[in-house]
Design a protein around this ligand. Sequence first.
Ligand code: FAD
Ligand code: NAD
Length: 475
Amino acid sequence: MSDTFDVIVIGAGPAGYVAAIRAAQLGLKTAVVDAFVGKDGKQALGGTCLNIGCIPSKALLDSSKQFHNLTHNFALHGITADNPKIDIPTFTGRKDKIVKQFTGGVALLFKANKITSFFGKGKLLKGNQVEVTGNDGTKQTIAATNVILASGSVPIELPFAKFDGKHIVDNAGALDFSEVPKRLGVIGAGVIGLELGSVWKRLGSEVTIIEALPEFLAAADTDIAKTAAREFAKQGLDIKLNAKLSKAEIKGDEVHLTYNSEKDGEQSLVVDKLLVAVGRRAYTDGLLADDTGVKVDERGRIVVDEHCHTGVDGVWAIGDAVRGPMLAHKGSEEGVAVAELIAGKPGHVNLDMVPWVIYTEPEISWVGKTEKQLKDEGVPYKTGSFPFAANGRAVAMNEGVGMVKVIAHAETDRILGVHMVGPVVSELIHEAVVAMEFKGSSEDLARIVHAHPALSEVVHEAALAVDKRAIHKSN
Ligand code: FAD
Ligand code: NAD
């Protein structure tokens, strides 16, 4: 045994690295074990989110939005450019620089907080020991009073459309196409399919998305999903609902798809690249020795209680590897809570108040319950909504599309859910999160002064509309 710590974290994604930093801040001797190999062959901290998820996808979404605006929207402002082009190596290279800046930033934070970093695969052994296997196969065993499992998730692979890394790719592959695919097929109209489908559509790909469910964005509020679907259709994203892929064959440089559509029967489609984005699964391969006592559920997730404790003394689990939404901020907050619990402080994450954001154009965001959920639960509610088309700032930005909907309890007026589709709603949603965390009512939001002209006036007006007193629309 080489080293003993207060805390060892396995996995340095947004759940694990945040847990480690908070533990170190609280004076705990902390180590992190992470196996992620960056593009340069060296250790790259930050997990899926920083390397192949949140950060690189947002970099490409932003670049592709700039290009789309230049080719489609600037003329409205009287700005024109002859023959605009996009250079793909520069486009993906910019993203790589941002990734390196942030993964390197985590390494610096580890150093500043005196966190010991191990590069290799960690395996939990009985008695809170961790075996670390380096890339060269060397093994060492370290131990701690507490071990936090934060091994994250990986893409689900379909047996009839296996990833080959070139033609049939996962999210990592779709961040790094060397040229704009003429025809891009996407399996799954979920968050990744819509975000990465939008990136390549804006650069000129013909994008077809095949979605198994009959309903578009089933987790979102129905009105929001309908508005988004209409806008995506206008942009030319071809989304086929109620369609099930049965075969994907690579023939030369093409992928030949066969799928069954409820509406049109068996269909075929030929694409140049296929992105499979049908969800992610908790990743625990090689993480647990047989006798640790840590349990995994039927979906492969590490079983934890409401405090992220596994039931085995001193063993905790957080992030995508456990129940709850697979979102970076949810994992980070669990990391903070667990570090604080280990240090003897109170720590808790309210999973009912985790905001969702989809970074398409328009953006989509929500927090709390949908109307459908409240109906199913038999909770009486009232709603108010307001369109961005009636907001001066949104129209001045040429982004007067979408709406905000506030749902409040019919009797107490407490806000139960807020749903948005429109410009910059990734930021606007946090006004709702704060109001809801403080157990606010729609009247509280309605009585708060909002600057004019501002996009957040739409949130204000939607709150006023709950009481049928929105000013800039007929109620
Ligand atoms: P991960 O980030 O997956 O990190 C786990 C780490 O543990 C990895 O580095 C892995 O190599 C390492 N590891 C695993 N097992 C071991 C082991 N045995 N030993 C050592 N190391 C190990 N979420 C958002 O909130 N906002 C977004 O905008 C967003 N965009 C996304 C875009 C894409 C394309 C994808 C794929 C995901 C996106 N997500 C987003 C989801 C987000 O990336 C995840 O929710 C988040 O990364 C989960 O954090 P985590 O720390 O639990 O796991
Ligand atoms: P997802 O769960 O969001 O969407 C997967 C979609 O694929 C669903 O609509 C599902 O019905 C469909 N599907 C499943 N099997 C299918 C099949 N055989 N054929 C056709 N469609 C099928 O999953 P994702 O897009 O892979 O993303 C994984 C997770 O990563 C997300 O749920 C989210 O937690 C996280 N993520 C978050 C962000 C963000 O916060 N902006 C961005 C990307 C990813």
